[in-house]
Design a protein around this ligand. Structure first.
Ligand code: ADP
Ligand code: MG
Length: 291
């Protein structure tokens, strides 16, 4: 595009808090035919709240005390939700030792002489823990679009915690606008398939790529590119940065982590999903002026 068109484009973006880092970012935005959104913190608010604690054959308060102690050591957003919930009760505060984070699936620690594990089905599988009746409860929670994590004590699953993260007000409108522009929309998440599919359905998303480990997110974007797609990836987390780099256009949510903002070509200062179609429209407009 001409320098003038680029200047006009970046000016239009800046007015809306859409920062194109360079001319290539604007030009590449014009060619996008597929947008991949990270779920948590991008399409959702990233403010998870515990909605239910289902306990199987174990003391309820004891589960909360053990889970709270473990999650206090973790920096995961889901862990924060668990800690806030537990801290609002008057269960005793225990201390965890030997904390170990297992990226993208959960965490382990010793609490009060017990081995505690919290995470998804994959974590339970890798630890050789059977989930029994709680498996069905997990499925119920997940089909409601909430995230469900298991709590295991000494090798036995004793509870499922349901955690809800509200979708952003404009997520559905953003996806509708992308569809209007002829763009295909996918969601990429480490969360489980049922949870992701429920949210995707609510938002009108075409494709769901769920249960993706953090290190595989970039590979999933590359996969789409090898199918001939020109991909914009929208994300907020540290986990998303390799996929933001891999995408033809990486778009970071302004409220996201510095690492994601650093890795992106475009930054949405208002953290509004509607600014994704606006950014691509600015790109297209800029290209049109050049012809
Ligand atoms: P996302 O891609 O949605 O940001 P992550 O890759 O960070 O998700 O995590 C994927 C899944 O791993 C979560 O949905 C959860 O089931 C599990 N998980 C990871 N860390 C924790 C933790 N500290 N406590 C509970 N669950 C966890
Ligand atoms: Mg995220």
């Amino acid at each position: 595009a001409t320098p003038t068109a680029i200047m006009v484009g970046s000016g239009l973006g800046a007015k809306r808090g859409i920062l194109f880092k360079n001319a290539t970012a604007i030009e590449s935005s014009a060619r996008i035919d597929t947008v991949v959104f990270d779920k948590t913190g991008t399409l959702t608010k990233g403010e998870p709240e515990v909605t239910e604690v289902v306990v199987d054959d174990f003391d309820h308060d004891r589960v909360l005390a053990l889970a709270g102690a473990l999650e206090r050591e973790s920096e995961h957003p889901l862990a924060d939700a668990v800690v806030r919930y537990v801290d609002a009760t008057d269960v005793p505060r225990l201390r965890a030792t030997g904390f170990r984070n297992v990226t993208g699936i959960g965490a382990l620690a010793e609490v009060d002489g017990h081995k505690v594990a919290i995470g998804n089905r994959r974590l339970m599988d890798s630890e050789g823990i059977t989930t029994g009746d709680l498996g069905a409860r997990r499925d119920e929670i997940a089909s409601g679009g909430r995230t469900a994590v298991f709590v295991a004590v000494d090798g036995r699953a004793v509870a499922v915690i349901g955690i809800a993260d509200a979708v952003r007000e404009t997520s559905a409108a953003a996806i509708a606008a992308l569809h209007k522009a002829g763009i295909r929309v996918a969601m990429l998440t480490g969360d489980n398939r049922a949870t992701a599919e429920r949210i995707a359905e609510e938002l009108g998303i075409d494709d769901v790529i769920a249960e993706v480990l953090p290190e595989d997110k970039a590979h999933q974007v590359q996969q789409l590119q090898s199918q001939g797609r020109t991909v914009a990836m929208v994300g907020d987390g540290v986990n998303d940065s390799p996929s933001l780099v891999q995408a033809d256009v990486g778009i970071a949510v302004g409220a996201g982590t510095d690492v994601a903002i650093e890795a992106a070509d475009v930054v949405l200062m208002r953290s509004d999903p509607l600014d994704v179609p606006v950014a691509l429209t600015i790109g297209r407009g800029t290209l049109r002026k050049m012809r």
